[in-house]
Design a binder for this molecule. Structure first.
Ligand SMILES: [Zn+2]
Length: 427
């Protein structure tokens, strides 16, 4: 049955003439795409019929819960080497370089990253694996050509780069996320949720179809059990204006999401943090670093909370990644991005602020996995080149769906990150 469904889907996808128009939802006003991420209109493909797996056989892994946290546009350069000295300048939005240097600048990359992301670098070497330090030959990437958020999130959640997703337009995702696939299993019904700071996420997860709640940074959290603390965060989010159209601060997403997790005992959770990308686009390196540091604190608080719970302790895998990289330079012209016909920068911005198909390095990502089924390899040194599209098959495997079965359901998806799963290599 499964094979025939998968085959039927595979056969009908390219040939069907159904013209399901995936356009703007009738009730929403079309928002302007994020700055610097506008690309030409995409041809809209037919929407594949969701193929939900049957109840999975008993899993071979200890993991019973997965939390996927994504930090929008946080560069691998900061993840692995901490604060970038060439960006700690007034030109790059650092009003007090001495203060920022005191907080995060250290002699070696290892010391700098431990200052910036102290929780992550206290646990990764002992309990997990980190891909993407290109300075050490570990390569992690998104494979979509556009290197903006929606295509990057979709690739990370569905397992493949969708050529029809080119920008951040609010279209219901034709692709099916691994969250939606798992939610279709009885064991996950009511146990899947997504929280994000950005109002495009309900489209990325396709709330017209997916069946589980997706909080997109606006309005109250009105699903599952809620309490007075969540209500207070709803009020704060409503009454404290965000500087950004369509997205809220990380705190007013994460705090109630953590509270909701404690109340509702979910098995599969997404959390999307957006401040790093917003501050980078604004050219505020100070605020970008502070947000990265705060993200690390949130990761630590979540992990500590989970490990103090009988339900989650020793049975939870945490996956951290980003949706795209950014440029590498303080000066856009230094790497040929954003240059005019005269070869001079078209705007007084550094390429680190931006990411799109024309920015070298914007495809470069990082992936960190912590959990009971992941060998404690620490920071990878060389090793296989990995992609964000491998994350869905990895999540599916950890939660009991074999890679073979997942490949039947989603033939376009990349294979799991096998070495991050038992019995992967150890060193
Ligand atoms: Zn962006």
């Amino acid at each position: 049955m499964l094979t025939s469904v998968a085959l039927a889907w595979a056969v009908c996808l390219p040939s069907t003439s159904l013209t399901v128009q995936v356009g703007q939802p009738p009730t929403a006003t079309p928002p302007p795409p994020r700055p610097a991420e506008v690309l030409p209109s995409s041809p809209v493909p037919p929407r594949p019929k969701p193929v939900l797996p049957e109840s999975s056989p008993a899993g071979t892994y200890t993991t019973q819960h997965v939390f996927l946290l994504m930090c929008d546009g946080l560069r691998w350069q900061e993840v692995f080497s901490g604060a970038d000295a060439k960006l700690v300048t007034k030109d790059q939005g650092v009003s007090d370089p001495a203060a920022l240097n005191a907080a995060f600048m250290r002699e070696t990359p290892q010391q700098r990253r431990e200052a910036l992301l102290p929780f992550i670098w206290s646990v990764v070497p002992k309990e997990g694996v980190a891909y993407g330090n290109r300075a050490r030959g570990s390569v992690s990437s998104v494979t979509n050509a556009y290197r903006v958020s929606y295509p990057g999130y979709s690739e990370t959640l569905c397992g493949f780069a969708a050529p029809y997703l080119k920008d951040n337009r609010k279209v219901q995702n034709p692709g099916v996320t691994v969250f939606e696939r798992l939610h279709g299993q009885p064991a996950f019904a009511g146990k899947v949720a997504a929280f994000a700071t950005w109002d495009v996420f309900p489209f990325i997860f396709n709330t017209e179809r997916c069946g589980f709640p997706v909080f997109g940074g606006t309005g109250p959290i009105n699903f599952g059990k809620v309490n007075d603390a969540i209500r207070l965060w709803d009020t704060a989010r409503e009454e404290i204006p965000s500087p950004w159209k369509g997205s809220c601060h990380d705190a007013v997403m994460f705090r109630p999401a953590l509270e909701w997790t404690k109340l509702n005992s979910p098995r599969l959770v997404f959390m999307g943090f957006g401040e790093t990308d917003e501050f980078a686009h604004s050219g505020k390196y100070h605020d970008y670093l502070i947000s990265a540091n705060r993200f690390d604190g949130y990761v630590g608080e979540l992990w500590t909370t989970l490990q103090a719970s009988e339900q989650y302790k020793g049975k939870t895998t945490l996956i951290l990644t980003c949706d795209h990289g950014r440029g590498r330079e303080a000066n856009a012209a230094a790497e040929g991005a954003g240059t005019g016909p005269d070869g001079k920068p078209t705007a007084a911005v550094g390429s680190w602020r931006d990411h799109n198909k024309d920015v070298p390095g914007a495809e470069e990502t990082w992936i960190i996995i912590l959990g009971p089924d992941t060998p404690a390899m620490g920071e990878r040194d060389g090793g296989p080149a990995v992609t964000n599209g491998q994350i869905p098959a990895t999540i599916a495997a950890l939660l009991g769906t074999s890679p073979t079965r997942f490949a039947e359901l989603e033939p376009k998806a990349a294979p799991p990150l096998n070495e991050a799963l038992k019995p992967g290599i150890r060193r």
